[in-house]
Design a protein around this ligand. Structure first.
Ligand code: ATP
Length: 483
């Protein structure tokens, strides 16, 4: 299972590079860990995902407004939010291999007998450890599995790290703040430290009154924002699943206290339903409820939406009932009144917040993984037309006899409305395969018959079925199917 998962991920990574979806950042210099660049196809896919989110959140509703706050904010914001103090992960190093782990992502095999070595392994990778235990001639039945965080540090001498065969090489967990720091202005002193925002949400909270007043909104209403966020992750990985620079799509919905639970339920369902618009298969999505121990310091209730990635079920979106935590803290730290005057009820209160928070890059990987299929003769990305980077390809069967010119004229007409691709090189079968690999839903081929009666062949990606339509109908054909 683990190997098959790696295999699928390797294939996706290589397809992404080959076809221009995603490149390693600064690749000619050997790359920089966990930063990625989006190529010609990747940028289209990303833009489509963002547009679908923005449409659902802002255009199609009266009660959500848009915002684009700056990445650098007043340093006090991050004190109020709790990030300076608490946005930390427990980090463990292996003295021997220099590998670094997050304590909360390690599990251990603990001998039932009470003594003997314990074997640590990364969560979600059971095969990895089974192999290692086999090698060490250990019978798995003699062991319990526990989180490493439950093992007292005094017993670390007995723990064998994931990448070594000797015990006692793991360091004690140390808390590590995930915020990137830099300096504002020419002087590099403590007084000039600013942070790259680790989430977009705080830009929304501090603009609560600005947006509400400018847009003349009453509660309940929300503010939506798409923008970059930065986290100095200890264990980045799984391609664009966990990066250090990434993009978030967050919406904070302000409600009257007491109405929070109802809206929490409402947004859970809304958000799950949205993934259908993205074309993600329902069987690959599930809710995961945070237990007591998992809840963030600000949250009263939290659900993740998880997707079944090749490497296992993992979070793609968090839906949180944040209570009045954020606005209360900002009121305290800024000394500005952040209460809302409810005219209907004739009372003042600090609103509660229901948050929906997801990552563009993670959703892009979701769309890719969900769409990827290998068939005997081809690799195909079965994107829903709404997210597909190219909506159509226009292909002259051969370059001569006026076919190329006719095809280019068709392209010219379509370009104002759709992202389309023109390709005249190579056998038409190979050109179809190339479009399959980037997930283009329709190919229109101009051939000898086109020159006689004005009809073209339409070839549909998934079924590979072909039919003929009049070239005047291409625009309508696409309007009906890809918008
Ligand atoms: P984790 O526990 O996996 O570190 P988190 O619970 O801290 O994640 P949130 O703070 O809830 O994540 O972030 C909301 C969303 O932002 C996530 O669901 C994910 O889609 C996205 N996201 C968070 N961190 C990253 C990252 N390092 N790279 C890419 N996307 C991310």
């Amino acid at each position: 299972m683990a190997n098959q998962a790696n295999d699928t991920m390797d294939k996706l990574v290589s397809l992404c590079k080959r076809r221009g979806f995603i490149f390693q950042s600064s690749e000619i210099y050997g790359g920089i860990n966990s930063c990625y660049d989006y190529g010609p196809m990747g940028i289209e896919l990303k833009k489509n995902i963002k547009e679908l989110w923005w449409k659902a959140m802002v255009y199609e509703r009266d009660d959500v407004e848009g915002l684009d706050a700056s990445i650098l904010m007043h340093p006090r914001v991050w004190e109020a939010s709790g990030h300076v103090e608490g946005f930390t992960d427990p980090m463990i190093d292996c003295r021997e291999t220099k590998a670094r782990y997050r304590e909360d992502q390690l599990l251990v095999y603990v001998p039932k007998s009470g003594d003997g070595p314990m074997y640590a392994f990364p969560e979600g990778d059971p095969e990895y450890i089974t192999k290692k235990l086999k090698k060490a001639r250990v019978d798995v039945g003699d062991y319990d599995i526990r989180p490493l965080s439950g093992i007292p540090v005094e017993q670390y001498a007995r723990v064998i790290g994931p990448d070594t065969t000797v015990a006692g090489t793991l360091t004690e967990p140390r808390l590590f703040n995930l915020m990137f720091k830099t300096f504002m202005g020419p002087v590099e002193s403590d007084a000039n430290i600013v942070f790259l925002r680790p989430e977009t949400a705080q830009g929304i909270y501090v603009n609560f009154h600005n947006v509400r007043e400018a847009a003349r909104q009453k509660l309940p209403f929300g503010i939506a924002q798409i923008g970059k966020a930065f986290r100095n992750e200890i264990t980045p990985g799984n391609f664009v699943f966990r990066m250090r620079e990434f993009e978030q799509m967050e919406m904070q919905y302000f409600v009257k206290p007491g109405e929070d639970e109802r809206f929490f339920e409402y947004w859970k369902q809304e958000r799950l339903a949205w993934y259908e618009r993205l074309g993600i298969r329902r069987e690959n999505l599930q809710f995961h409820q945070h237990g007591e121990g998992e809840l963030a310091h600000y949250a009263k209730a939290a659900f993740d939406i998880q997707f079944k990635f090749p490497f296992g079920w993992s979070e793609i979106e968090g839906i949180h009932n944040r209570t009045d935590f954020d606005l209360v803290r900002h009121q305290e730290f800024s000394r500005k009144n952040l209460q809302y005057f409810d005219q209907d009820a004739g009372e003042k209160y600090i609103p509660y917040v229901v948050e929906t928070s997801t990552g563009v890059d993670r959703l892009l990987l979701t769309a890719l993984a969900d769409a990827y299929e290998e068939e005997a003769e081809r690799v195909v990305l079965r994107f829903s037309p709404a997210v597909a980077p190219m909506k159509a390809a226009i292909l002259p069967l051969v370059k001569k006899d006026g076919m190329a010119e006719t095809a280019q004229n068709i392209v010219k007409g379509l370009r104002k409305h759709f992202r389309v691709f023109y390709d005249e090189s190579g056998a038409v079968g190979r050109r179809y395969r190339r479009q399959d690999e980037i997930g283009t839903p329709y190919c229109f081929t101009v051939d000898g018959q086109t020159m006689e009666d004005g009809s073209v062949t339409v070839r549909e990606r998934d079924s590979m079925a072909q039919e003929r339509i009049s070239q005047d109908q291409i625009m309508n054909y696409l309007v009906d199917r890809v918008m």
